[in-house]
Each structure stands twice: as C-alpha cells, then as structure tokens.
Write a protein that binds this ligand. Structure first.
Ligand SMILES: Nc1ncnc2c1ncn2[C@@H]1O[C@H](COP(=O)(O)OP(=O)(O)O)[C@@H](O)[C@H]1O
Ligand SMILES: [Mg+2]
Length: 223
C-alpha cells in the first residue's frame, strides 16, 4: 500500500477554551496510482487532513505511512518526514502558492533544490514539464504575468518535478472557472506516463467523479 492513514486525530487546544477536535480517528488506504477524492463542508478539516498526510502538520494521535515508512512514529521521524515529503509527495494548492519573484522555470525547479532529492538536469526537466502542461512559450515569465489557470499549470509541473508517487491537491480547481478547472483536471490525470496516486480535496462533483473513490469528511470522520 502506498499510503496508510491510521486513526489520525487532530485537536486544537487554545488555553482557557475547550479543545476543538477537527479529526476524530481517520483511517484511509490509497494504493499505487489510485485517485481518491475527499469532499466535505468548509471547516470540516479537509486541509488539516491533507497537511497531516503530507507531513506539513502533526496529528494529535495516529500515524501516516508512505511506502511503509512512518511519518510521525519513532526516533528520527522529523528527519524521515522531510525526506519522504521531498522524495515522494507533490503538493497543489487552491491559490497556487508560487514564489512571486521567481520565474516560471525557477518555480518548477524549486522542489529539486532542497538537497533531499537528486534530479539530474533540473532545468531541462522543468522546461520539459512546462512544455507538457502547455506553457513552453511562458518560461521566462513571472507568476503575476500569468492567468490563474496558467499559474495552476505551473504548480502542477512543480508538483511533478521530483517524480512523486503521491500528489496531494487541496481544491486545485477552486479558484478557476469550470472550463479552466476541467483542463487542469485533465492534465492532472493524464500528464504522467505512469499513473501517480492522488488525494484530492474538492467541491467539484466532476472532479470527484474522475477519481476511483470518494469519501466525505464529516464530524472528524471519513465515510
Ligand atoms: N491553527 C488552528 N488553531 C485552531 N483551530 C484551527 C487551526 N487551524 C484550523 N483550525 C480549525 O480546524 C477546522 C478545520 O479547518 P480546515 O482543515 O482548514 O477545514 P477545511 O479545509 O475542511 O475547510 C476549522 O474549524 C478551523 O477553524
Ligand atoms: Mg481547506
């Protein structure tokens, strides 16, 4: 199993107030190449769950394994988390999260610059990925010079830069019109030669329908 989420709970404790339990025992398995959609109302904890799966946030209880390796349990978990995140996971966010002062090619190369991953000829790979997402003519441009859909294409290329086994996408079409969103989804599912697993938070029924399985996050649990 590529991704194993086991009994993950998350509480926010603010001194003097009752703890807020956002996740209350979430378990999920995702196989290699499988696409899973997560839906749920605003505030249900979808982003929190995705951030924990990606090792960007810590659970209050439970664990996540990527390729059998634990993100949170045991000695050296922080170090292991960093390595797994860089080597195995690509992230896509609703608001793109591109670096405004870097051009398109530099933004795509960024995940290969951490020292956690060895990508030969990163600039050439970045350019090839940008070509695949239809941005060959925009290589030297800054994010601010691109439309939302084009910025999300850059973010998709960046997510693919280090050949991840898992893509985590948080409402990737949430800021885009229906047609542009559909183009991004098509790319997300078809741009890779070999299938990459994906966990996608989405409000789009069309996006969910393209996935192998859909879960609803409600009252801190997946159903
Ligand atoms: N740092 C934080 N401190 C306290 N509460 C938080 C914090 N981050 C998120 N929350 C709360 O956790 C809940 C889930 O948030 P989130 O995961 O962003 O939901 P979703 O992505 O489903 O809209 C919300 O009620 C939010 O207010
Ligand atoms: Mg969210």
């Amino acid at each position: 199993m590529l991704l194993e989420v086991r009994d993950v709970a998350k509480e926010y404790r603010i001194p003097g107030q009752r703890a807020i339990r956002v996740l209350d025992g979430v378990s999920l398995d995702v196989a290699e190449g499988e696409h899973v959609a997560i839906v749920g109302r605003s505030g249900a904890g979808k982003t929190t769950l995705l951030n924990i799966i990606g090792g960007l946030d810590l659970p209050t209880a439970g664990d996540v394994k990527i390729g059998g390796e634990s993100l949170f349990a045991g000695k050296g978990a922080a170090r292991r988390r960093e390595r797994l995140r860089a080597a195995k996971i690509g992230f896509i966010f609703q608001s793109y999260h591109l670096m405004p002062e870097l051009d398109v090619v530099e933004n795509v190369m960024l995940p290969a610059m951490t020292g956690e991953t060895r990508i030969p000829a990163p600039r050439e790979r970045a350019k090839a990925l940008l070509e695949k997402v239809g941005l060959a003519a925009r290589l030297g441009h800054l994010p601010a010079e691109l439309s939302g859909g084009e910025q999300q294409r850059v973010a998709l290329a960046r997510a693919l830069m280090c050949r991840p086994q898992l893509i985590l996408a948080d409402e990737p079409t949430g800021n885009l019109d229906a047609l542009t969103g559909a183009e991004i989804l098509k790319l997300l599912f078809e741009v890779n030669d070999e299938p990459i697993a994906c966990v996608m938070v989405t409000h789009s029924a069309e996006a969910a329908a393209r996935c192998d399985r859909t879960f609803a996050l409600d009252s801190g649990r997946l159903a």
